[in-house]
Design a protein around this ligand. Structure first.
Ligand code: PLP
Length: 508
């Protein structure tokens, strides 16, 4: 394909994509193909001769779209959204055109510098404390990662390195000595990462990958599924009594099941008065804030205040996915650290082939030292396009609108106490509910079975898709209203489908 061929093909591709969005609501939300459908439609070998673009493009509608579940569909109320927008898609297009493995500043100075600038912009929009800015007093800063899972792994690597540096004294165990290696190996066997039963599984996965112990703190409905200071204090004491060494914890702003927010004030106060390793002293517990989804709502000053975002200056790292709720397509996980040296010390390995004058001069940021892979894409471009196209006001308007849709949906649930019971929310456009019936003497098993039947029925409609969870043993439906194409009419439609299904199931 030459540049003229590209011009023509791209025009038809863009036209098809725009049409896809215009008519998205005509499709069912979830793909209904059978496993293995695609192998039956495709040849078993790659073509020997190149094919014409028109033939290739035809297969998008004919072969690929049947196997697509439409995450941008207005009836998509499942999981959390996976955002996109036209400015973001344009950012991806330019990024693909300027493709490179931009691991060092010199590999494309604009890639590094734009990332630093837009992540500072974003930190200010979200109201993050100054220490997370690249220009802040502690030389913090942000870096774009592929996912919240990658972000928590990166933070945990840095936390492990920091803890070992601070608790295996160099005077006693000199650098490079066998004694140091032994002391580190011994300590590693006792180090434990913490999370709660509501924390996303990515923290456990990071602990598994790193080969450190993992401890789960149980949280229940009595605290709104959030971690409190006293529970943390008791956990730390219990673990230490067993000879273990807690070094890392994920606290969450917007848990996956219910959008709970851990008690930041309680955690700060517990860690400040920790009898063994108080906050700020060597060996302190590294606290990573996972705000993968709900972090986007920090564009609203009222949310910044509600969750006391200023308190995270006491923590160590913070991550939010613009690709969930902030109109930027996958992947755009924005990870911030209070002191960039924590990443750099843990993740820098020099190899002659990557040496260059700019890096050696110490005046530039080389993001390869802030992440696990070497190469990296030009992801800041789409963030730049989104922030500029919508402006802070546009983003605030969009987030407020989707939160309001969630509140209206919860009001509808409340208007039918004979049919539904809200278990949590509405919180950040997520309400978790089940079929009512406790008062009428229905058992947990009966309620679970009824709720499951309703969930299956509404999903079978094709017009909407919700996912479920289990809260303290109760099967519950999660309804999310934050996809950008979802309007009031779609939530009303979902409500009608839900009421019809529940009435039918309860009567049966
Ligand atoms: N953290 C939370 C709170 C989540 O809800 C999710 C996914 O929904 C993740 C982390 C993992 O996100 P990612 O797919 O970016 O790894």
């Amino acid at each position: 394909m030459d540049s003229q061929g590209f011009r023509e093909a791209a025009a038809t591709a863009i036209d098809e994509i725009a049409g896809y969005y215009d008519n998205l609501d005509d499709r069912d939300v979830v793909s209904t193909v059978e496993p293995g459908y695609l192998r039956k439609l495709l040849p078993s070998e790659a073509p020997v001769e190149g094919e014409a673009w028109t033939d290739i493009q035809k297969d998008i509608e004919g072969k690929i779209l049947p196997g697509i579940t439409h995450w941008q569909h207005p009836g998509f109320h499942a999981f959390f959204p996976c955002a996109t927008s036209f400015p973001s898609i344009l950012g991806e297009l330019y990024s693909a055109a300027l493709s490179g493995a931009c691991f060092n500043w010199i590999c494309s100075p604009a890639v590094t510098e734009l990332e630093t600038v837009v992540l500072d912009w974003l930190a200010k929009v979200l109201g993050l404390p100054e220490c997370y800015l690249s220009t802040g007093p502690t030389r913090g800063g942000g870096v774009i990662q592929g996912s919240a899972s990658e972000a928590v792994l990166t933070a945990m690597v840095a936390a492990r390195d920091k803890y070992l540096r601070e608790t295996v004294p160099l005077e006693q165990f000199p650098e490079g000595s066998e004694a140091r290696e032994d002391a580190i190996a011994h300590k590693r066997s006792k180090m434990v990462a913490l999370a709660t039963t509501a924390t996303h599984s990515s923290t456990k996965k990071a602990a598994i990958i790193l080969g450190v112990r993992f401890h789960t703190i149980a949280v229940h409905a009595d605290t709104g599924y959030s971690l409190t200071g006293p529970v943390l204090a008791k956990t730390l004491a219990d673990l230490r009594a067993r000879g273990l060494e807690p070094f890392f914890m994920t606290a969450t702003l917007g848990t996956t099941d219910t959008c709970a927010v851990d008690d930041f004030a309680g955690i700060v106060s517990t860690l400040k008065s920790d009898p063994v390793y108080p906050a700020g002293a060597p060996g302190e517990l590294w606290v990573h804030i996972d705000a993968a989804y709900a972090g986007s709502a920090l564009v609203l000053p009222s949310v910044q205040e509600q969750v006391s975002i200023s308190l995270i200056e006491n923590f160590h790292s913070f991550d939010m996915n613009m690709h969930k709720w902030l109109l930027t397509n996958f992947d755009a996980s924005c990870l911030y650290v209070r002191d960039r040296n924590w990443f750099i010390q843990a993740l820098t390995i020099n190899q002659a082939v990557y040496g260059n004058k700019a890096s050696e001069g110490g005046l530039v940021t080389d993001y390869r030292e802030w992440q696990i892979p070497l190469g990296r894409r030009f992801r800041s471009l789409k963030i730049w396009f989104v922030l500029r196209s919508y402006g802070v006001k546009g983003l605030q308007k969009y987030i407020s609108r989707t939160i309001k849709l969630g509140e209206e949906f919860a009001d509808q649930l409340k208007s039918r106490p004979d049919l539904f019971e809200i278990l949590t929310g509405p919180s950040f456009a997520l309400t978790v509910f089940r079929v009512a019936g406790k008062e009428q003497g229905k058992s947990e098993e009966e309620l679970n079975a009824l709720t499951k039947a309703v969930c299956e029925k509404i999903n079978a409609s094709g017009r909407m898709w919700v996912t479920s969870t289990a809260l303290d043993g109760s099967f519950a439906i999660r309804m999310v209203t934050s996809v950008s194409t979802t309007e009031k009419e779609h939530v009303d439609r979902a409500w009608k489908i839900l009421v019809d299904a529940a009435e039918e199931v309860v009567k049966a």
